[in-house]
Design a protein. Structure first.
Length: 159
């Protein structure tokens, strides 16, 4: 079953906008992490998970968040802030350029997302985070859409 070029373009726009929203959340999260102390983060996580643990002693998400808070150091905070900010800013820039139909942004996005996927897979070997796998799967879909759209745009520019 072939997907019409118009549908690929629409799917790409939707996925790129979603990537842009995710990038914006990463930038905001990176800024917050940079300015919040580990104690403030721990306090915030305790407040957010207090009702979950009170109602369900086996709440896995609350459990993981509390475990994260207990081992969150200043160096981990600095790394996370830098990672989120750099990741978010790069993706936001590429999203804007893709939405502006800049031809160079297609291969650049493929390369950057490829590097992010490799890093996410590496991190997965240490964290076994399901969220990382979900983001990786979404990135793979976006890469496929970008590649298909790039082929269409290049062909239109030649003809």
């Amino acid at each position: 079953m072939a997907i019409a070029p118009k549908n690929i373009s629409q799917l790409l726009r939707i996925s790129v906008v979603l990537k842009g929203l995710h990038a914006l959340i990463e930038v905001i999260g990176g800024v917050l992490l940079y300015f919040l102390t580990p104690q403030a983060i721990t306090h915030l996580i305790h407040r957010l998970t207090q009702n979950g643990i009170h109602n369900d002693r086996r709440d896995l998400i609350a459990d993981h968040l509390l475990q994260f808070a207990r081992h969150f150091s200043i160096s981990a905070r600095t790394f996370a802030a830098f990672y989120l900010l750099s990741h978010g800013v790069i993706k936001l820039f590429l999203v804007i350029e893709l939405l502006r139909n800049r031809l160079w942004a297609y291969p650049a996005s493929l390369a950057v997302l490829g590097v992010f996927i490799v890093y996410q897979l590496y991190r997965y070997t240490h964290t076994h985070s399901i969220a990382l796998m979900v983001f990786t799967l979404f990135d793979l879909i976006v890469i496929w859409l970008i590649w298909r759209e790039y082929k269409i745009v290049r062909q239109q520019n030649r003809g």
